[in-house]
Ligand binder design. Structure first.
Ligand SMILES: Cc1cc2nc3c(=O)[nH]c(=O)nc-3n(C[C@H](O)[C@H](O)[C@H](O)COP(=O)(O)OP(=O)(O)OC[C@H]3O[C@@H](n4cnc5c(N)ncnc54)[C@H](O)[C@@H]3O)c2cc1C
Ligand SMILES: *[C@@H]1O[C@H](CO)[C@@H](O)[C@H](O)[C@H]1NC(C)=O
Ligand SMILES: *[C@@H]1O[C@H](CO)[C@@H](O)[C@H](O)[C@H]1NC(C)=O
Ligand SMILES: *[C@@H]1O[C@H](CO)[C@@H](O)[C@H](O)[C@H]1NC(C)=O
Ligand SMILES: *[C@@H]1O[C@H](CO)[C@@H](O)[C@H](O)[C@H]1NC(C)=O
Length: 508
């Protein structure tokens, strides 16, 4: 990560200084930023910002914290952080950046990990964290959420008001980061994707104008699936619902790797049922090393999650019990416990920033091809077992319920993959050690993904933009229908002709 690299450079510099004291003043004189910050001197901008806005320069704890990212592979590089205090501050910052021809990028949860982000080799970070309000409308049908709001804050604020909304599952990602790419979450089986809930939004466009758009705008379609390409959303009005089910239950089953065929056959037969599994039933699985359960090979952690109950219905769990798991752990609680149960709460490892590279290689599937699952398991196990540099990696299979997603017409949004039931992705976790290792990881990730793709019988890869590695084609990220591609290209030409929003899965 950039932060760690900076630390290393500074450590070396400090060592050089102490071993030859007379060099210190010279080095200080040369240190960039001490005398002049050049184009990144923000004094002129500061005068235009609200009193609650903040500006952080490098070599400060505030800068390091605000620019830390989840994945260290191909991180964007920023020279200054602007923390807007108001929606207008975002517009002013974009206008300022445009005047000086400086690149800029919105940071919210900083969990974006596409390698295309690495193309940002300098620029202004616009850190959205202060735009975090959540206000439920008087009629209780919508809420207006700040463009920097994080998932947990929104879930909790709505819960306290007796409401819920479709949000991403993970507590430490934002609402807009997932939502602008579609957005998968626990409640999608009822209501559709995060993006399907959008009612209107305030957005700063490439030209620096702050404007309000809704379904009457030609841009609306693109914001629901390809939205990162078109602006910075400063606030969002989204549908909310009365809480339907407070109770949720989970059963966590751990299997040894030799059960891979039986487990995914059962998932097809008893859970997925070609996208007709009941609403409010969710199954996820992870393959990962858990030496306590199996010292030699990754295990299969299979979650079966059900709403409105305190114990998951035996009709779903019994077929899995029959396969012979290593362990069975039931738990019950409320909707707000789900992230903790599945290891994606604020305190869980995937929410910690700053130490490791975390590329994913996503593919959507309609059902599990059991033979492909077994083959992929074999390759994954060989690559991650024991003392492998990748031994913290996870192969994820997310099976949300789909009724709400399928109920919305496919052409209504730039999100192109409503017919897919499972979101699968190897996440190769490693300590960066140069391009050689990065290439090895890319080869492994693509090999695993290719095995699953071969198993689909489809030629085209369908990849979730928010999990993408960064080398996928526009057809793979946004759908292969030619009307989708031409619509995206013409909107890009109209709204962002010079490609200011071109670091996150850019349409170019
Ligand atoms: C642990 C983990 C769990 C996840 N869980 C889910 C999940 O449950 N469902 C799901 O769908 N995805 C999930 N994702 C993927 C997630 O959608 C992406 O990682 C997304 O980029 C995260 O958004 P962020 O705000 O955290 O990251 P950032 O890196 O801050 O944002 C990603 C990109 O979004 C754009 N952006 C951010 N904020 C705005 C804004 N306000 N307006 C316009 N553009 C903006 C920028 O281009 C930015 O580069 C998960 C990822 C991780 C790492
Ligand atoms: C960074 O901070 C350290 C300690 O506060 C200081 O010694 C050093 O000169 C600073 N470097 C720059 C480039 O500002
Ligand atoms: C798992 O989820 C998939 C995708 O929604 C679904 O098709 C399948 O029936 C589910 N299986 C179980 C066991 O819930
Ligand atoms: C699965 O569902 C799709 C439509 O959703 C249908 O076209 C297909 O034939 C179904 N497959 C099976 C095996 O039932
Ligand atoms: C992963 O490998 C490292 C050495 O590379 C080792 O120290 C660690 O214990 C291993 N972890 C697991 C879970 O096997």
């Amino acid at each position: 990560m950039y932060y760690l690299k900076m630390q290393a450079v500074m450590a070396i510099a400090a060592w050089a200084f102490t071993s030859g004291g007379q060099n210190v003043p010279v080095a200080r004189d040369r240190a960039p930023g001490l005398h002049s910050r050049g184009n990144y001197d923000m004094t002129e901008l500061q005068n235009k910002l609200s009193s609650s806005a903040k500006i952080y320069y490098p070599n400060s704890t505030e800068f390091d914290d605000a620019s830390a990212r989840w994945s260290l592979l191909d991180e964007p590089k920023v020279n200054v952080v602007v923390v807007p205090g108001t929606e207008n501050d975002v517009a002013a910052t974009v206008q300022f950046a445009n005047q000086r021809e400086l690149p800029f990028l919105a940071y919210t949860g900083a969990h974006g990990s596409l390698t295309t982000l690495g193309k940002m080799d300098q620029g202004i970070e616009i850190y959205m964290t202060q735009l975090d309000t959540v206000t439920v409308a008087g009629d209780g049908k919508t809420a207006t959420i700040g463009g920097g709001a994080m998932s947990k804050a929104v879930v909790d604020a709505l819960w306290n008001a007796g409401k819920q909304a479709v949000t991403g599952t993970c507590e430490c990602v934002s609402i807009l980061g997932p939502g602008l790419g579609g957005g998968h979450g626990w409640l999608q089986g009822h209501h559709g994707l995060v993006a399907d809930q959008f009612v209107s939004m305030n957005i700063v466009l490439a030209n620096g104008k702050l404007t309000t758009i809704d379904t009457t705008s030609d841009l609306w379609w693109a914001m629901k699936g390809a939205g990162h390409n078109f602006g910075i959303v400063t606030s969002l009005t989204t549908k909310v619902f009365d809480i339907q089910h407070r109770d949720w239950a989970i059963e966590t089953l751990t299997f040894s790797g030799d059960k891979v065929e039986a487990v995914y056959q059962a998932a097809n037969d008893y859970l997925l049922k070609n996208g007709t599994q009941p609403e409010g039933l969710i199954n996820w699985s992870y393959w990962l090393n858990n030496p306590g359960a199996d010292p030699n090979n990754p295990v299969i952690i299979f979650y079966i999650i059900q709403e409105g109950v305190t114990t998951v219905d035996g009709a779903y769990t019994q077929p899995f019990h029959n396969i012979g798991p290593i362990s069975i752990e039931p738990a019950s609680g409320t909707y707000t416990d789900l992230a903790g149960w599945t290891g994606i709460a604020n305190s869980s490892p995937p929410c910690q920033k700053g130490a490791l590279a975390n590329p994913r290689f996503p593919i959507y599937l309609q059902s599990y091809n059991v033979a492909a699952q077994e083959k992929a398991y074999g390759v994954f196990a060989n690559a991650v077992r024991g003392n492998s540099a990748f031994n913290n990696s996870i192969f994820m299979f997310e099976g949300y319920s789909m009724q709400g997603v399928n109920a919305i017409s496919a052409d209504s949004s730039a999100f192109a993959f409503r017919s897919e039931n499972i979101l699968a992705a190897p996440l190769i976790n490693y300590l960066p050690a140069g391009p050689g290792l990065d290439t090895q990881v890319a080869n492994l990730g693509n090999q695993l993904r290719d095995i699953l793709r071969d198993g689909t019988g489809q030629d085209d890869l369908r990849a979730y933009v928010n999990y993408a590695y960064g080398d996928e084609t526009l057809q793979e990220l946004y759908g292969s229908d030619s009307w989708r591609q031409s619509r995206l290209h013409s909107l890009k030409k109209k709204y962002d002709p010079s490609g200011k929003f071109s670091f996150y899965a850019p349409i170019a």
